[in-house]
Design a protein around this ligand. Sequence first.
Ligand SMILES: Nc1ncnc2c1ncn2[C@@H]1O[C@H](COP(=O)(O)OP(=O)(O)OP(=O)(O)O)[C@@H](O)[C@H]1O
Ligand SMILES: [Mg+2]
Length: 315
Amino acid sequence: MTNNIVEVNQLAKQYPGREQPAVRDVSFAIQRGEIFGFLGPNGAGKTTTISMLSCLLKPTSGSATIAGFDLARQQTEIKRRIGLVPQDLALYPSLSANDNLMFYGRIYGLSGKQLKQRVDEALQLVGLTDRRHDRVDKYSGGMKRRVNIAAGLLHQPEILFLDEPTVGVDPQSRNFIFDNVEELNRNGVTVLYTTHYMEEAERLCNRVAIIDEGRIVALDTPRALQDELGGGLIVAGLPDDVPDTLAQEMRALPGVRDADRFDHQIKVKAINTQQTLPEVINVFNRLDLNIRSLEILEPNLESVFLELTGKRLRD
Ligand SMILES: Nc1ncnc2c1ncn2[C@@H]1O[C@H](COP(=O)(O)OP(=O)(O)OP(=O)(O)O)[C@@H](O)[C@H]1O
Ligand SMILES: [Mg+2]
């Protein structure tokens, strides 16, 4: 018995009339209880993938199971178990948060006391109980987002798909959303969290898939992604008369990915700067070189992505 709540095999989507596929043979699994991140720039294929997994869009090829049910054949079972918080808000502006949620709850097949109770709980969770009877068009962007999230929770899904829930959201609401996601997760809800923001992925996610041009280019814990891909840089200022072989010697160290020598400086790219620093210093000692300065540049999360794809996450 597998502990994967989502299993995706070679899933692909080619929109008609488009030259390039939006999603290209993507495979991954999400473990039950995990917060799984989907990180990628505009047009990477995040929403397309989520739409396929939510039964809103038919894959061109490939397969997936959610909670053990087959995406192609068991959509009713799947829809009962997933909650989707779409990227674009879908609320009735002239209705209150309460009435929007009552409306969505009925779509999910809830009614009567149970419906009222679920609406109360969802409003409580997103912190909007005291504003519940205000019209949604009087809400801030962040508050609207929170109503959107509440709507995705009414039927108590096992897994929640959140598609960029913090875009256009004020910092206070953003923190609120983080807390909500963490609390839901503590209560056993698995989360697929889509974002442009490395910081969010790092704070929230157990594992992150980095997606670009419809492909998963890396998948690991945020820490491991940084260590493996971003590494860090050790920069040493050099005296005169440094042997030409210095960069070569640095490259030969086990934790070193690359080394470049400039006039009075050497840049050593390490898998883990803290571990590699003593070895780098050993080389200087062995060659009897007095270094003039030493600087450690920790990996920047943004640089991980840049290094993988040659692109920036945000335009
Ligand atoms: N309905 C559609 N018809 C045709 N092409 C589409 C459609 N929806 C998306 N695309 C294209 O598919 C690609 C992936 O889009 P998608 O919306 O999945 O990306 P995304 O990662 O969610 O981007 P964003 O961060 O901007 O939301 C893009 O090139 C987009 O233009
Ligand atoms: Mg999107």
